[in-house]
Design a protein around this ligand. Structure first.
Ligand code: GRF
Length: 207
């Protein structure tokens, strides 16, 4: 029996190295579109890979309602099976998280629920890890519910934190781990092997 390749939209705000990892992974899915909320290098990566890219630039919308309406329209137009937030800094509203319930996946560079939520993005996450004197940190991939960095956890992986580490050291050590974790999680999603019961995500064995 042939099943169609899952159609994914990837949303980005920055360098797009996680997007690139998905593009390069060549696993069974189809990235039908990339949406960015500001001009960023992820756009170039999408263009290089011949993927449609839409910039819904948040800075040009005076009314946030208009921005969110436009984002949802841009996503809907691709008729996606799933949406991957790969370094996307805009917070999705309930109309989006409900319309794509358990079909939106986010990657965050810490072991959630630690160092997540409003204000924890980019180097701020790693600075907070250092300020707390943690000996480990890591990455989390989770389904997205309304709220920042909220939703059932699909996968987590740890990295060590060394006493002499800088924010950049942690960022560099964590990036390849994030890429691998995101690829694995997206693959499980695309194989329809993830089921959610309450807060817990169950992973079905491969058939
Ligand atoms: C990653 O650290 C990701 O966890 C976070 O934003 C960063 C995006 O990096 N949500 P990149 O743009 O994929 O390189």
């Amino acid at each position: 029996m042939r099943t169609h390749l899952k159609r994914l939209v990837v949303c980005c705000s920055g360098s797009g190295s996680n997007l690139q990892a998905l593009i390069d992974s060549e696993i069974g899915f189809n990235i039908v579109g990339v949406i960015v909320d500001r001009p960023c290098f992820a756009q170039e990566r999408a263009k290089q890979a011949n993927i449609d890219v839409v910039c819904v630039d948040r800075s040009v919308y005076e009314n946030p309602d208009d921005f969110h309406t436009r984002i949802k329209a841009a996503v809907d137009a691709f008729v996606p099976d799933g949406i991957i937030l790969a370094g996307y800094l805009s917070i999705l509203r309930t109309e989006m998280t409900q319309a794509y319930h358990m079909r939106i996946i986010n990657i965050h560079p810490s072991i959630l629920p630690l160092f997540g939520g409003k204000g924890f993005y980019g180097s701020r996450v790693h600075q907070a890890v250092l300020d707390a004197g943690c000996k480990i940190t890591g990455a989390t991939v989770h389904f997205v519910e309304t709220g920042v960095d909220q939703g059932p956890i699909i996968a987590q992986r740890c990295i060590p934190v060394y006493a002499a580490d800088t924010v950049d050291d942690i960022a560099q050590r964590i990036h390849p781990v994030e890429h691998q974790l995101l690829i694995e999680s997206v693959q499980l999603f695309c194989q329809s092997r993830l089921t959610v019961h309450g807060r817990m995500v169950f992973i079905e064995d491969e058939k």
